[in-house]
Ligand binder design. Sequence first.
Ligand SMILES: Cc1ncc(COP(=O)(O)O)c(C=O)c1O
Length: 402
Amino acid sequence: MYESSPLLTRGPANAPGRARIRSLVAEAEPQLIGEVARLGIGDPEAIALWYGEGDMPTPRFICDAAYQGMLNGETFYSHKRGLPELRQAMADYMTGLYQRPVDMDRVSLCSSGMHGIMIAMQAILQAGDNAVLVGPLWPNAEAATKVAGASARVVGLDNENGVWRLDLEKLFAATDSATRIIFVNSPGNPTGWMMEREEQQAILDFARDRGIWILADEVYARLVYDRPVAPSFLDIAEPDDPVVVINSFSKSWAMTGWRIGWLTHPAWLGAGLSELVEYSSSTVPPFLQRGALAAVTEGEPLVAEIRERCRAGRDIVTPALTAHPRVIMAPPVAAFYAFFKVDGMTDSLAWATQLYRETKVGIAPGRAFGPVGEGWIRLCFASSPERLGIAMERLTGFLDRN
Ligand SMILES: Cc1ncc(COP(=O)(O)O)c(C=O)c1O
């Protein structure tokens, strides 16, 4: 486990003679996925596999619904927690997907999964608190903990020959009387690890017992390759359990740029979340919500298509990587990332930078996902087979040389 309270230091933004800003912000280190992407963003020759997104634009039926919403004059401030018809549609969607019904009182729309994480953290955490997070993890979740004023304790998954496993004893031992949140992202970014029902039940029992919130980041719930949907806390939690599930339109409907997500939570938390939406974005643009409504009510074939595209990507990337003698990796069971260890590589940022400069293949350095990620590389395989084929040829050539 490692613990971090301030963000990592970068430079003295709070220099003498300057109007002071919050030290957390003054000392913030750049998010390292963006550091590599900066080298080639907008370069038409870049094969960009650094971010968690595919290369498929949002389909027409979703764009048309949003455009129609605009033309219909849905261009004003709107319901803080989302259009009632969209909240109902999300409740119906989750009721169809999971083993327990979800009422629309438990659903709040927000401006992306990231925004959902941020307002959930702000709703729960204050100075002196800590959150225990399962890592390696997407850096933004750890950062959101600190922005909310609390400290982050990251408990690493164990890894054996590329296979990731959660040690529940280690997770529970990292909590103390100041722990307010256990944050777990399954299916996981960057590892592709997926939690099983028994593990979820054990965490839920523990959280109920201690009065700790579970923040379950389930944005990759539909990107799973051996069943239709990943196990969710929504399968087992009672409506009033201390569980907030974070979800997003970004990944399964090809809508990363739309910035729409939703939270599922105990009904009584809705009023507080509504205020936090008011004080941050005030509303998700209502015409965009029309696009989201089309996505969730008519988009099942799209979700299936994206999953199959990702499966095909996984089946190109995995054999190419695992065949390389310097690579340690197990085939990911979910999400859309290959996360692999490169034998002998000690500086993933320098390695990723050099890879991009020599080959135009853009990947994310493992260090971006915490100290446990150093020596590892993350590659997003939600791309066309042609692009992935070229990328793997160049990447394996680079591995031979570096
Ligand atoms: C684990 C995880 N959670 C949440 C998000 C947030 O997604 P968005 O803000 O696009 O909805 C991402 C995006 O990469 C992610 O990987």
